[in-house]
Design a protein around this ligand. Structure first.
Ligand code: NAD
Ligand code: ZN
Ligand code: ZN
Length: 373
């Protein structure tokens, strides 16, 4: 390609500092170094975690940065030593790497990898291939898909079917895979069981879809936004509960509805109080509650006795999927109509409107906005 080995100038949404809207800038994207791949981002979803980092989270992820971790694109060029990718390949960048060789990758107990971008947060500047106005711009989670071009490490990239529509399957780079996998892989929802899903954004709706795929007989969808009710039912929820309609704590409402608690609950709202409600909504003797919502600046609590009696409290990162090997299969499942993706997309906007996409999400008007480059 004409651009191989050269710096590419392109548009990106730069988050200069926390709690301020991003601005569209011309950035420079350096060529990929050893074991890195440069790709043209074709489309990217906007996830609550991007919003969280900018407006709610800690500063450890680094600023200025380019956010975005739910993208899909086409390989532009590869750095020395890259053998699994070639220009023109359709790919999805991964915020959880899978090197395939480390102690964690070799274990079937986890989808974590020691080469994860976030393991080495002190080196964020030296790992970035982005500059703007003479400053290094941090690549959030090593993906930075709110940019027309990005550079990722080959251990954090996966090749997908040539016929996959990138403006749809980008959502499998985070939200849908996360919620669906949290139900199937982490909670390990069983046929005939009763489930509750708290928070019905893309992650929660995907968790509902996962509970249904696992054969749950009752799926109670919980959200403080009443407008989420019909969407939840479309994804397989049997009941919708709005905590605002009750005076008593929502865990008591769910206990009564299910005669002692649900078998499985999933927290997909990103709120530590909801995490506690989700745990305490499960059956005391064997309930399993999974934390999916992302919070890194607050603590979560419950009474120890609520665990002592037999409940299990777990967390799920990227739905427990080993990323490189699983994402292409999830793409195939979508193309074979085994999982929904199109139904999550409520808005499509150009990159320039990324701040508007945040507003749509926070005001509960969108499920997912896809930004097209
Ligand atoms: P979203 O903003 O689209 O959806 C969140 C939903 O939660 C909204 O419908 C909102 O009305 C609802 N909600 C808010 N407060 C609530 C409450 N008190 N009770 C019930 N519902 C409530 O977000 P999303 O993109 O679907 O992401 C959901 C969460 O998952 C976020 O915290 C995000 O950071 C996290 N996340 C985690 C991972 C992971 O790997 N663990 C991956 C992706 C996203
Ligand atoms: Zn995400
Ligand atoms: Zn690894």
């Amino acid at each position: 390609m004409a651009t191989t080995g050269k710096v590419i100038k392109c548009k990106a949404a730069v988050a200069w500092e926390p709690k301020k809207p991003m601005t569209i800038e011309d950035i420079e994207v350096a060529p990929p170094q050893a074991h890195e791949v440069r790709l043209k981002v074709v489309a990217t979803g906007v996830c609550h975690s991007d919003y969280y980092i900018l407006y709610e989270g800690g500063k450890e992820h680094g600023f200025p940065c380019v956010l975005g971790h739910e993208g899909a694109g086409i390989v532009e060029s590869t750095g020395p030593g890259v053998t699994r990718f070639k220009p023109g390949d359709k790919v999805i960048p991964l915020f959880v790497s899978q090197c395939g060789e480390c102690q964690l990758c070799l274990s079937d107990k986890t989808n974590q990898c020691v080469k994860n971008w976030t393991v080495d947060e002190k080196n964020m500047e030296s790992k970035s291939r982005f500059t703007c106005k003479g400053k290094v711009i941090i690549q959030f989670m090593g993906t930075s898909t709110f940019s027309e071009y990005t550079v990722v490490r080959e251990v954090a990239l996966t090749k997908i079917s040539d016929s996959a529509p990138l403006d749809k399957v980008c959502l499998l780079g985070c939200g849908i895979s996360t919620g669906y996998g949290a139900a199937i892989n982490t909670a390990k929802v069983q046929p005939g069981s009763t489930c509750a899903v708290f928070g019905l954004g893309a992650v929660g709706l995907a968790a509902v879809m996962g509970c249904q795929a696992a054969g749950a007989s009752r799926i109670i969808a919980v959200d403080i936004n009443k407008d989420k009710s019909s969407k939840a039912k479309e994804f397989g929820a049997t009941d919708f509960v709005n905590p605002k309609d009750y005076k008593k704590p929502i865990q008591e409402v769910l206990m009564e509805m299910t005669d002692g608690g649900v078998d499985f609950s999933l927290e997909c709202a990103g709120n530590v109080d909801v995490m506690r409600c989700a745990l305490e909504s499960t059956r005391r003797a064997w309930g399993v509650s999974v934390i999916v919502g992302w919070v890194d600046v607050k603590d979560v609590s419950t009474k120890p006795v609520d665990l002592i009696c037999g409940r299990t409290w777990k967390g799920s990162y990227f739905g427990g999927w080993k990323s490189v090997q699983s994402v292409p299969k999830l793409v195939s499942d979508y193309m074979d109509k085994k999982i929904k993706v199109d139904e999550f997309i409520t808005h499509t906007l150009p990159l320039e409107k990324v701040n508007e996409a945040f507003d749509l999400m926070i005001t509960g008007k969108s499920i997912r906005t896809v930004l097209k480059m």
